[in-house]
Ligand binder design. Structure first.
Ligand SMILES: Cc1ncc(COP(=O)(O)O)c(C=O)c1O
Length: 403
């Protein structure tokens, strides 16, 4: 067996299952889960129809690079969304089967394990970053997000001897779980560090189309372009239809950026077997070429978050995020309680599932930045989310009275 597998931690939902294993939720309430970040709004009919109309594609093997038509649709979307010069669809974009597998696979492509490699991750973070680092023979190095700086990791505190070992740096903007979006200044700092130390930046942007501010989130390619960088050196972005178009089961996304890295990534994927089904490719073209369903989807999230955030602010330390579909709340505003205890009692007394923040982060530099926080995924329709919020308010008020 590969000994590196022993380094993988149980996934947060496995930890949650263990936390809840001896709890029987109050039968007076129906179960509501804000635990898993899985989009629940319905898949648009035109995407389903495009998939059904192209089932004949199941009769042939797809190429790893995907069809010209798909790469053209992706390049066109990038150009429209971020105001970029037209990306070269032959060398600068590549379809992937959802951003998750690609985030993992990129580490296998760029890491040289013989050089004492580090992979830099934000903390809290999407769990794939850590697993991909270990399985590529590297070690993760966590940089804690700072609530005082809109949850930006403080890269200025990382010592030069650590930077010298970093081969890959994951960025998540909009962030999961924080919802925070990196600014142009943040990108300027990261690009300067990448130029100096030579590491690759993997920019995870799968939440880019769900946002609450007037301006859409700044993308990494857009930042590079604005800062006058040509060819996106050492930069790869990851985008996905899962959240944008409510198709998490379709497994469709893309990577774009540095053509030199993408050439090697394509080679890796050819051996690994990372080609996308032709039927999915056809449905993806339809999805990337339409923005109306994306705007409607976003409007639903905006209405939901604007109603629910103020309710929860009565009892939790929480703010409307820049983007994404999570609330990242501090639970000890009214009463001293840990995130795990809060989640367990909320489940026992009100049958609402939330994810303890400490499960999404690691102890680093003397702290776990997820401690005393919970992540709530507002993915269900508004009535169910409202019902959950009312129960959370009642539960927290009751807790505060007991103390
Ligand atoms: C931060 C982040 N990145 C990537 C993904 C993977 O999404 P997909 O593989 O559906 O594109 C997720 C899924 O929840 C996520 O939260």
């Amino acid at each position: 067996m590969n000994p590196l597998l022993d380094k993988l931690q149980p996934y947060p939902f496995e930890k949650l299952r263990q936390l809840f294993s001896e709890v029987t939720p109050n039968p007076a309430f129906s179960a509501i889960s804000l635990g898993i970040g899985e989009p629940k709004h319905p898949t648009p009919a035109f995407i389903q129809e495009a998939l059904a109309a192209n089932l004949s594609g199941l009769a042939s093997y797809p190429t790893t690079a995907g069809s010209d038509a798909l790469r053209t649709a992706i390049a066109g979307w990038l150009e429209r969304r971020y105001g970029l010069p037209p990306p070269d669809q032959a060398t600068q974009v590549l379809p992937v089967n959802g951003s998750r597998e690609a985030l993992f696979a990129l580490a296998q492509t760029v890491i040289d394990p013989a050089r004492d490699a580090l992979v830099m991750c934000p903390n809290p973070f999407y769990q794939i970053y850590e697993g991909s680092a270990y399985l590529a023979g590297a070690a993760p190095y966590f940089v804690n997000s700072d609530p005082q700086r809109n949850f930006a990791p403080d890269y200025g505190r990382v010592p030069p001897d650590v930077w010298a070992r970093v081969q890959l740096l994951y960025v998540c903007s909009p962030g999961n779980p924080t919802g925070a979006v990196l600014t142009l200044d943040d990108w300027r700092e990261l690009f300067a560090l990448s130029d100096r130390y030579g590491f690759v930046i993997a920019a995870d942007e799968c939440y880019s189309e769900i946002y609450f501010k007037d301006e859409p989130p700044l993308g990494a390619l857009e930042a590079a372009h604005k800062l006058g960088r040509s060819g996106y050196p050492r930069l790869i972005v990851f985008s996905s239809l899962s959240k944008r178009s409510n198709v998490p089961g379709m497994r469709s996304g893309f990577v774009a950026g540095d053509a030199v890295i993408l050439k090697k990534f394509l080679l890796y994927r050819t051996y690994h077997g990372g080609a996308m089904s032709p039927a999915i490719q056809a449905a993806s073209i339809a999805a990337w070429n339409d923005e109306q369903h994306v705007a409607e989807n976003r409007a639903k999230y905006i209405a939901k978050f604007k109603q629910i955030t103020p309710m929860l602010q009565e009892v939790l330390d929480v703010a409307l995020p820049d983007a994404g579909f999570y609330l990242w709340a501090k639970v000890d505003k009214c009463v001293p309680i840990s995130d795990t205890e809060y989640a367990k009692r909320l489940y026992a007394e009100y049958n609402v599932t939330v994810l303890p923040g400490s499960y999404l982060a690691r102890d680093a530099h003397g702290a776990n930045p997820g401690q005393n926080r919970i992540r709530m995924a507002l993915v269900a329709e508004v009535d169910e989310c409202l019902e959950a919020a009312q129960r959370i308010v009642e539960f927290t008020q009751k807790l505060a009275k007991i103390h």
